[in-house]
Structure formats: C-alpha cells, structure tokens
Design a protein around this ligand. Structure first.
Ligand SMILES: [Zn+2]
Length: 295
C-alpha cells in the first residue's frame, strides 16, 4: 500500500493571485526557455488541478490513497472563490473516489467561523483532519487559538501544518514546529503532522517529535533536491528512518513539484533507493499512516 499524505487540488479561482504567483515563481524563471506567455490564467498546467487529474497520476505512480489538503489563504489575500466553496468542492470531489481520496479541511484557525466550519465538515462528511498554514498570520501557541485546539482535541482530528519557508505575502516566522510544543502538551488526542520534515526548521521538528508521541512528519518537498542533489534527499530519508521510524510519512505536495520531478519518479526514487530496509519503506508508505489515523 502507498499513501500520499500531502496533495492539493484547486480551481484557479480558489487560489489568490499573489500566492499562485509565488508558488509558480521557480517555473516563471523558465519563461525564456518555453513559451509560457499565452494565457497563464487558464492554460497553465497548475492553474487548475482536478481530482480526476490526481487520480490519473496516482494510477501511473502506484499510489493507492491520497490526503487532499485545501489551502485557506483568504485572510491574507481573498481569492475569488471563498473558503466554504473550496472545502465543499474538495469534499464533494473526494466522494467521487471514496476508496482513493481522503479529504481534510483547510480552514484558517484565525477565522471567526473556524469552529462552526470544522463542526460542519465533521458532521456532514466525517472529516478526519485539517490543514493549517501558520504563515497566514498566527503563532500556533497564541492564547486566542485555545478554543480551536480544544475542538481539534475533542474531535480527535489530525492537523497537518505547513512548516519551513514562506512565499509571497506569507511570513516565515510563524512556521516553526517548536511553536506547537505547548499545544501538543495540552491536547493529547490531537495528532500533528509537520509537513516537509519541518523544512529549514528540521532540527525543531526532530525536537518536537522527540518530546511528543502524537507528532509526525511528512517527506513532501524533499524531491526539490532530486534534480541537482539527490544525495541530500537520501540522507534525509536515512536520518528519519534512524530517528523517527514510526512517525515519518510519505508525501509529494503534488502538483507543485510535478513539472520539475514527476510524481511517478518520486515514488520510484523512494521505493528503490537504498535508504532503508523493506520494513522501513513499508512503514513510510503506509504503516505509519494507518497508525496516525488510528491513534
Ligand atoms: Zn502542500
């Protein structure tokens, strides 16, 4: 079994212009090589990402299940389509592929309506988790968020947080894994997944996981190293298998890296490179996910 802990789908109108531009910046650098000038809004392969496209990619890559993470950037730069429509759409799309797609919510905890929305998706769709993005403007350990974490704990949700670098109008200072330490202390039913192995704050990620059994991490975005420096990706995987063998999860951040290094190649790389034995690979690809969702 292969589970991808970290993928996104969206319609163009659901992502604010400033964020789409920031995410695409590395690709815009290729503008001179390819002719990317005609109608970026609509023709860009990543300006619209449908569930059907994802399922097709999963079949090619050999991925059995993927966790869908809606992105709520609306408090920083409101997109044309709001947070409710985006989440509704993700949950409805997931219903078309119930054995393949696992939808999480994507709601900024700073929203006044955050708790109401959370309850709505739990009741209506049995939502199991929520994606958050501190770089939209909150420190996870701020007092104003206490009732949000209490509700997460009460419902036993899995929280997936972005960690590491921030782009465009987002601020990196909020993206530190260490800021979750008190939150996890006080909320034992909550499970946290720190995305991207913590990114540039990898040491803090390891520290957090050492102190909290209910904290996990995913390896998405590691494939950014593959074109230029695959040894780094291998050494990060070796390090994780040594230090946190039970709490590291496979992830791709699809479709963000797909143009540079395909989904299928990423799966093949992790499967075939000698960074860990078969039982470790099985844990990374699915065993640890089962444990995370059951705990
Ligand atoms: Zn992501």
């Amino acid at each position: 079994m292969i589970v991808d802990m970290h993928v996104h789908i969206w319609k163009r109108s659901m992502i604010p212009d400033s964020l789409l531009r920031a995410y695409l910046e590395p690709l815009l650098a290729l503008d001179g090589i390819f002719d990317l000038s005609n109608d970026r809004q609509n023709d860009w392969p990543m300006s619209q990402v449908r569930a059907e496209d994802l399922v097709e990619h999963m079949a090619i890559s050999g991925i059995d299940q993927s966790v869908l993470l809606p992105l709520d950037f609306g408090l920083v730069d409101p997109p044309q389509t709001g947070v409710v429509e985006y989440n509704d759409w993700v949950f409805e799309m997931a219903q078309l592929f119930p054995d393949k797609l696992i939808p999480f919510m994507g709601i900024d905890p700073q929203r006044k309506e955050a708790l109401d929305l959370m309850v709505k998706y739990i009741k209506r769709f049995d939502a199991r988790g929520i994606k958050i993005y501190p770089a939209t403007g909150f420190y996870p350990n701020e007092e104003r968020l206490n009732s949000f974490w209490d509700a997460v704990d009460e419902h036993g949700l899995v929280v997936l947080t972005h960690a590491g670098a921030a782009w465009g109008p987002l601020e990196e200072k909020y993206n530190r894994p260490s800021l979750f330490s008190d939150v996890l202390d006080k909320h034992q039913n909550m499970r946290l997944v720190v995305a991207h192995m913590g990114g540039k704050f990898r040491d803090e990620m390891y520290q957090l996981l050492a102190e909290h059994d209910n904290a996990y991490t995913d390896i998405s975005a590691l494939q950014g190293w593959l074109p230029s420096n695959p040894e780094v990706a291998i050494s990060r995987l070796q390090e994780a298998s040594r230090r946190i063998p039970e709490r590291v999860l496979f992830g791709s951040d699809w479709p963000l890296f797909d143009l540079a290094f395909s989904h299928a190649n990423w799966v093949r790389f992790v499967k075939e490179q000698p960074w860990g034995d078969e039982s470790m690979k099985e844990r990374l690809f699915g065993g640890n996910f089962v444990r995370l969702m059951r705990q």
